[in-house]
Design a protein around this ligand. Structure first.
Ligand code: HAM
Length: 422
């Protein structure tokens, strides 16, 4: 019986894993530079957590959630996103008592039952940041700055930051009413999903992917015209802070975001070369979410991005992402006596922290040199019975061909040379 990987998922193979480690390490570094600490939550949570936070009308909840019932009939879901679990943990662990400002980041797999294509998978890896504890527009700009600075430091060029404000629940209600007025005459021509959205969440009509729905949104009212005075001021200050931080952006009133918890700032980072799935990262403010899932009324903002899309963009710009790890040296052993004696020496070298490859199943000099070459090692350490008698080893530089004789000691002589090369 042969088994295949589930559709929309992928293996991270050894020849690629160093790239993943590189971007993940790099994200951990930038997050730490801004004072964020890592949090890991389970990959499944009660389904209700996502239904309440992402919104019953969202595609994520309606169509994309992997929902399952456990042996005690409890309903869980594989997490489709990281914000709700982080907020659940924040509330459950009383993090607000520990500090008035909480800075958390996470890395991990998320799951959405979506139609797979380049840049869209059913299991994908997100990186994300959540800042909890202040409504100050400075933090909106700082959170955006983390993502932009990181992507620029990685070397990405064709980036576009798009921002919008979706307002607070009061101005959002006025805007929804205006949208209903606008779309009502076209109701019978919209797709069935849009008809549902019309009642539940009319702003989702602006985001529908069905081609026949698109013409009907031309001339739709803009969210920005329906913001109340505090929301208008908040948005102006976010824009002002971004400009002061030298971060370019465009205001796009059509940014809706697929999840329901957003208030005020919403943003997306677009990388043009990625076709339909060109949103590298997205996020925004969610001032009502903590209270909605059982905590106090505490404002927050965050974002998340997909590692798959990031890697595709980096590949497109031919940006090198570290290297596959090669051995420091390959140990070549000739003769039966040397073979047993060499284990202690090999052990000493490894205890010094060196990565030494050795294969006891290869006995000829030729086979061992060939293996040394394919391993990518820069050096070969050669020990035969005659070296053993003379208590020496030969260290050959596989790049220059140079060879030196060194004492067969506790590994110090070889270590001194290999360590210099590190
Ligand atoms: P999101 O926009 O749903 O936001 O996802 C964020 C990013 O995850 C996207 O920009 C994309 O790079 C990646 N992504 C989403 N779905 C897929 C998929 N099926 N395959 C590959 N990559 C995907 C959120 O998840 C929010 N929790 C972000 C946030 C954090 N808002 C506030 N804090």
């Amino acid at each position: 019986m042969k088994y295949n990987i589930p559709r929309g998922t992928f293996d991270i193979l050894p020849q690629d894993s160093y790239k993943w480690q590189f971007v993940m390490d790099s994200f951990r570094k930038i997050a730490s530079r801004f004072g964020y600490e890592e949090i890991s939550t389970p990959i499944f949570e009660t389904a209700e957590l996502f239904e309440r936070s992402s919104g019953e009308s969202s595609d994520v909840v309606q169509k994309e959630m992997y929902r399952f019932t456990d042996r005690k009939e409890r309903i869980f879901a594989l997490r489709p996103e990281g914000t709700a679990p982080v907020v659940r943990s924040y509330v459950e662990n009383h993090m607000d008592v520990l500090s008035s400002r909480t800075k958390l980041y996470y890395i991990g797999p998320m799951f959405r039952y979506d139609r797979p294509q380049a840049g869209r998978y059913r299991q994908f890896y997100q990186y994300g940041i959540e800042f909890i504890g202040s409504d100050n527009p400075y933090y909106d700009a700082e959170v955006i700055a983390i993502e932009m600075l990181w992507l620029q430091e990685l070397g990405l060029k064709n980036l576009r930051l798009e921002i919008n404000s979706v307002g607070c629940p009061t101005c959002a209600a006025d805007y929804d009413a205006a949208l209903r007025e606008f779309f009502r005459p076209a109701l019978q021509d919209l797709c069935p999903d849009c008809v549902k959205r019309f009642d539940l969440k009319p702003r989702r009509l602006l985001d529908c992917k069905v081609a026949s729905c698109k013409p009907f949104r031309v001339g739709a009212p803009s969210q920005l015209d329906y913001l109340d005075a505090p929301c208008t001021e908040h948005f102006a200050k976010v824009c002002e802070s971004l400009t002061a931080m030298d971060i370019s952006y465009i205001i796009n009133p059509a940014i809706v975001r697929g999840l329901d918890y957003y208030t005020n700032t919403a943003f997306e980072v677009i990388y043009e070369g990625l076709g339909a799935q060109n949103s590298l990262a997205g996020g925004g403010r969610y001032n009502g979410l903590i209270e909605q899932i059982g905590g106090k009324s505490i404002p927050a903002i965050g974002f998340a991005g997909g590692f798959e899309r990031l890697l595709l963009a980096l590949e497109k710009e031919q940006i090198e992402l570290g290297k596959r790890i090669c051995p420091d040296a390959y140990l070549i052993c000739l003769g039966e006596k040397a073979r047993v004696a060499i284990y202690t020496y090999l052990n000493h070298l490894r205890q010094k922290g060196l990565y030494i490859e050795y294969d006891p199943d290869k006995s000829s000099l030729k086979a061992q040199f060939k293996a040394a070459d394919t391993s990518g090692a820069s050096y070969a350490i050669i020990v035969g019975d005659s070296e053993l008698e003379a208590k020496t080893v030969n260290l050959k530089n596989l790049v220059t061909g140079e060879q030196v004789s060194l004492p067969l000691d506790g590994g110090e002589a070889v270590y001194a040379i290999l360590h210099q090369d590190h």
